[in-house]
Write a protein that binds this ligand. Structure first.
Ligand code: DX5
Ligand code: ZN
Length: 230
């Protein structure tokens, strides 16, 4: 049974395993799960849409076996349609694809739903938002990249803030708006004030100087909640 996006807290914090120590993946996942993560963000890169190569369905399947967390799968693949079934069967709860490589985003979202998953659409900071707008009625979540997809540890791009405000205006209360890249306690507040309510954080969680992932997650949640309430 797939997990539902609607049951997630608002704000929701999604640690990105890209920043974890892959030699101890199960332990890293357990530490963020015990630390209060709402989702686990899984960055899948094909070395083509982005220069980096990361996680495939075989790894997602192993992750699924060790956690109850919602698996939020971010496909950075040139041909997402070829792989969505494999990721759904591996245990993804949500599958997000890039608008830049989806000629028929509505059909792709419908296919993701047929496979039992929630669907998300995403775009890089320079991508035309029109591509996202037409898909909005077909998805449960929009993910706005606040860096250029490909690597963790980059700096948050504040020029995306107006796009966050604009996209929030297109969404229903049920739909979620996620941001990804360069999220720390300062930038999470800016993104939350603009209308985001799901926050991917790689370095800010797994790179915590004291190794206390629970405290990092709580700090992020507090900063986002304060901005959402104000
Ligand atoms: C990059 C990924 C991000 C990345 C974020 O393409 O989509 O999810 O892990 O990492 P931080 O939080 O370190 O910017
Ligand atoms: Zn991501």
């Amino acid at each position: 049974m797939k997990r539902s996006l609607h049951q997630l807290a608002r704000p929701a914090i999604a640690p990105s395993v890209l920043a974890s120590d892959f030699a101890y993946l199960a332990d890293e996942i357990a530490r963020v799960e015990q630390g209060g993560a709402d989702l686990l963000h899984v960055d899948c890169m094909d070395g083509h849409f982005v220069p980096n190569l990361t996680i495939g369905p075989v790894v997602v399947e192993k992750m699924r076996a060790v956690t109850e967390l919602f698996l939020d799968v971010h496909l950075m693949l040139s041909e997402p349609a070829r792989y969505i079934q494999a990721f759904a069967e591996a245990g993804a709860d949500n599958i997000t694809f890039h608008a830049e490589v989806a000629s028929e985003p509505e059909a792709l979202a419908d296919r993701i739903h047929e496979l039992g998953c929630a669907a998300g659409i995403t775009i890089n900071p320079d991508g035309p938002l029109d591509l996202v707008k037409r898909a909005v009625p077909h998805v449960e979540m929009v993910l706005l990249m606040t860096i250029y997809a490909g690597f963790g540890g980059q700096r948050f791009l504040p020029e995306v803030l107006p796009a966050i405000r604009q996209v929030r205006g297109w969404l229903t209360d049920e739909q979620r708006l996620e941001v990804d890249g360069g999220i720390y306690t300062g930038t999470i507040a800016e993104a939350a004030a603009a209308g985001a309510d799901v926050f991917v954080a790689g370095t800010a969680v797994f790179g915590a100087a004291d190794g206390d992932y629970g405290r990092s997650i709580a700090d992020l949640r507090r900063a986002a909640a304060a901005a959402l309430e104000s």
